[in-house]
Ligand binder design. Structure first.
Ligand SMILES: Cc1ncc(COP(=O)(O)O)c(C=O)c1O
Length: 494
């Protein structure tokens, strides 16, 4: 942590967080537990969570054994840090996943509302037209050609029509799409810095894995020595929903790009206040900064994402995870002006920018499989029909969860964003990410709800209180989800 002019000096918006967690300190997760009327004491919740977790671990012994075997050839016994983020006493190994069901290697069946942390949320085999098209193509046409395909023309035209930017490129993860955008923005503007809102996540990128622990201070999220450069090099940080802090950060005209989500989705949810997005755009224009929306999570809102829903315009738009129906793939869109300059300058800087030294993609980007998957997702999945089905299921589930909340007189709140349903432990909507952290209920409610859901066969995502509803969702699944929610609320309340 260092004192730095790269971080806003404006005061933290702590009022809402401290209303529920009087000692809330954004740098210490042990202080953000909300004190709520009628809810069991924190220690009781934690010990109930432990009971649920140990029951679940007892049903998943084979997974534990496989993790031990896996340790001989993989750190933690898993193949990526994402697979260890369940943070359970032992980690689960999956046998297979079909539709919205998943089976672990012990044979336990789950209603999957996590979908691999989003990628498969718009459907997976056997009903997914994307997976069917990809399987067929793979057997006929091969995967990597190092050449473009007609699917890319079709897919990028669809992207342009839907998301309002004329030119598109491919990446294999949202992290990479964001990384490429930041690189282009620095080149385009000739400026060294990028800026993000405090307590936000945009993937595994050196510049964005930073936060502001206190006004005028900047820090990494942890002390691992895996990053290069000084902690306050390259990144400026402002407060979400605070235009004065944005102006403070942009006014020296060193910021190439502001990267934000339309709704903060990673530290609980934090909604934009009226005028926030318009004000942000106006400030970016005033100070010559490019504006990028990362729609990787909020695409869940509907066929045009949250950016389209809110009518926001921007210079870059990125999305990964589900945008290719679960097949690895991500996209980044840009204006024609930016694309023209990228193309021209890339040619002009000489030999080492080409011939294998290009910087906006690697050997697997734009492969025929991911490109086809993107096209089919846009044509056949991310459309009004799919969302009509999803929206109907989501509103039934929301109503059912709210009914249980009222019946148990629980001070909880249910929110939705398209196919995302979140339960929160603050009774009112949140507009800053620190209150967003409080509403997750870390320190008792979060732990109990997750252990209870998992132990009762609902595979909720490990980081937050979020359930994703896919087109495969049935009335029977709704009944199951509501039973489990009711069981948890009953257990959590006095
Ligand atoms: C908003 C946002 N952007 C980018 C990413 C990075 O996605 P990936 O892990 O696929 O690179 C995530 C992942 O959760 C995200 O939430």
């Amino acid at each position: 942590m260092v004192k730095s002019s790269m971080a806003s000096r404006r005061p933290f918006p702590l009022a809402q967080a401290r209303k529920w967690a009087p000692d809330a300190d954004p740098t210490d997760l042990s202080t953000v537990f909300p004190i709520l009327p009628g809810v069991k004491p924190q220690e009781t919740l934690l010990s109930l969570a432990e009971e649920q977790m140990s029951e679940w671990m007892g049903k998943t012994v084979k997974s534990g054994e496989m993790q031990q075997q896996g340790r001989k050839s993989m750190p933690w016994g898993v193949f990526s840090t994402g697979q260890k983020d369940w943070e359970t006493p032992h980690l689960l190994y999956a046998e297979r996943a079909h539709g919205n069901k998943l089976w672990d290697v012990d044979g336990n069946e789950y209603l999957d509302v996590n979908f691999g942390d989003s990628p498969d949320m718009f459907g997976r085999t056997p009903d997914s037209p994307v997976h069917a098209a990809v399987a067929d193509r793979l057997m006929k046409d091969g995967l990597s050609t190092m050449m473009c395909s007609k699917d890319a023309i079709a897919a990028t035209r669809l992207l342009a029509g839907r998301f309002g930017l004329s030119h598109w490129m491919h990446a294999l993860s949202a992290s990479d799409a964001n990384r490429f955008v930041l690189a282009i923005a620095r080149h385009h503007t000739g400026r060294p810095n990028i800026a993000i809102a405090n307590f936000t996540y945009h993937g595994t990128i050196d510049e964005t894995l930073k936060f502001m622990p206190a006004p005028g201070e900047i820090s990494r999220f942890h002390d691992l020595g895996i990053y290069h450069g000084a902690v306050d090099e390259g990144t400026k940080i402002f407060h979400w929903n605070d235009l004065e802090s944005v102006e403070e950060i942009l006014s020296d005209r060193t910021v190439a790009c502001v990267m934000v989500e339309p709704v903060v989705s990673n530290f609980g949810w934090a909604w934009p206040q009226p005028g926030w997005h318009e004000g942000l755009k106006a400030l970016c224009e005033r100070y010559g900064t490019l504006l990028c929306y990362d729609e990787t999570h909020t695409i869940s809102k509907g066929p045009n994402g949250m950016v389209g829903h809110m009518g926001i315009s921007c210079d870059f738009w990125t999305c990964g995870k589900s945008i290719s129906g679960g097949i690895p793939g991500a996209v980044f869109g840009m204006t024609e002006e930016i694309a023209t300059k990228v193309e021209r300058d890339h040619t002009e800087v000489g030999f080492f920018a080409g011939a294998g030294f290009g910087f906006l993609g690697t050997a697997l980007c734009g492969n025929t499989l991911s490109t086809l998957a993107l096209r089919v997702t846009l044509e056949q999945v991310l459309n009004e029909q799919t969302f009509a089905k999803i929206d109907a299921a989501v509103s039934t589930i929301k109503a059912g969860m709210e009914e249980a909340v009222q019946r148990h007189k629980a001070p909880f709140r249910i929110e939705t964003m398209g196919n995302r349903i979140c339960y929160h432990f603050i009774p009112e909507p949140v507009t800053d990410p620190i209150a967003g952290l409080v509403q997750v209920g870390f320190g008792g409610l979060f732990e109990l709800s997750h252990a209870y859901f998992w132990n009762h066969g609902v595979l909720i995502m490990p980081y937050f209180n979020m359930c994703l509803i896919s087109p495969a969702h049935t009335d029977q699944n709704t009944t199951k989800l509501l039973e489990v929610w009711d069981g948890f609320v009953d257990l959590a309340m006095e």
